[in-house]
Design a binder for this molecule. Structure first.
Ligand SMILES: Cc1ncc(C[n+]2csc(CCOP(=O)(O)OP(=O)(O)O)c2C)c(N)n1
Ligand code: SF4
Ligand SMILES: [Mg+2]
Length: 289
């Protein structure tokens, strides 16, 4: 049982988010999860892109890096590979993760880098004043779609399952306790964990985000087996109802495990120069597996 209090992760800087923004709930869940994880602050790094949601690391009492739009994952990968004993969380919005940064998800997935990625989805480009995003519903009027969006929205969970991300979950900013438990599970998972979070923007979408969450979400129960990929895909294909909880989980070697294995192979082949490179960049850090 952790004795660390969530407030210990709270920074003096007050968030600049609008009143009613879903991001407050996500931040509270991050505080709770980090307290439950009970690890030293100096071992935690949060890397974000650019957007309202990407401001989150600035409000957490741990290491943080507010990076470049769409580039949270490559930077988080660099941090994790340089210091594998750190706990690395990547955070960002739907635009950051699924538009400009969308090309990074499959590669982190196939490498299974041990990062927990929080996608804070408000279905809009909020920071730049309400343009259509990859998850804006069809027909929605936004700053850039005066007559309604004519693009089908992307589903982050379906995408993650198609890319074979090894841990896929969905939470809602309005249920802090549940979201915190998903973050804890994601961090404990050895490999890439993607958590899709419904985090409404009240300024550019009014109450729409909260109404969608209220009327369409449901919690997966014990009948759902997250180790069964077919069940996970079936759950993600429900278009009218949105499942919350752990949708998929598979334990398989991480990128670090593979590097360690290669280090042994390189050494056994007796190429001293290459072995030296591996000794330098791939020291024997402990693995979660
Ligand atoms: C390379 C680059 N392109 C575009 C921008 C402008 N820009 C900043 S934030 C943003 C979108 C933010 O949307 P999202 O990632 O969903 O975050 P939100 O603000 O909704 O939380 C854009 C297009 C930028 N900063 N850098
Ligand atoms: S504009 Fe939207 S996403 Fe940004 S802080 Fe305000 S409510 Fe939150
Ligand atoms: Mg957004």
């Amino acid at each position: 049982m952790s004795t660390v209090k969530p407030q210990e992760f709270k920074k003096g800087t007050k968030p600049v988010w609008c009143a009613g923004c879903g991001n407050y709930g996500v931040l509270s869940a991050v505080y709770k999860a980090l307290a439950q994880l009970d690890m030293p602050k100096e071992n935690i790094v949060l890397v974000s892109g650019i957007g309202c949601s990407s401001r989150l690391p600035g409000y957490v009492n741990a290491y943080g890096f507010n990076a470049v739009h769409g580039r949270a994952l490559p930077i988080a990968t660099g941090v994790k590979l340089a210091q594998p004993d750190l706990t690395v969380l990547a955070v960002g919005g739907d635009g950051d993760a699924l538009a400009i940064g969308g090309g990074h998800i499959p590669h982190v997935a196939r490498r299974n880098v041990d990062i927990t990625y929080l996608i804070m989805d408000n279905s809009i480009y909020a920071m730049t004043k309400g343009q259509v995003s990859p998850t804006t519903p069809l027909d929605d009027i936004t700053s850039s779609t005066a007559y309604g969006s004519i693009d089908e929205p992307l589903d982050a969970v379906s995408l993650a399952l198609a890319y074979d991300v090894s841990f896929v979950a969905r939470g809602f900013s309005g249920d802090v306790e549940h979201l915190a438990s998903l973050i804890v599970e994601g961090v404990h998972h050895p490999g890439f964990a993607l958590i899709h979070i419904i985090s409404p923007c009240v300024t550019w979408r009014g109450q729409k985000g909260y109404e969608e969450a209220k009327h369409r979400t449901f919690y997966l129960d014990d009948g759902h087996d997250p180790t069964d990929k077919a069940q996970a895909i079936k759950a993600s294909l429900e278009r009218d109802r949105i499942p919350l909880g752990i949708i998929y989980r598979q334990v398989r070697p991480t990128y670090w495990d593979r590097l360690l294995k290669q280090r042994v192979q390189v050494k056994s082949r007796g190429v001293p120069a290459l072995a030296e490179v591996f000794d330098h960049f791939v020291p024997s850090f402990p693995s979660k597996n």
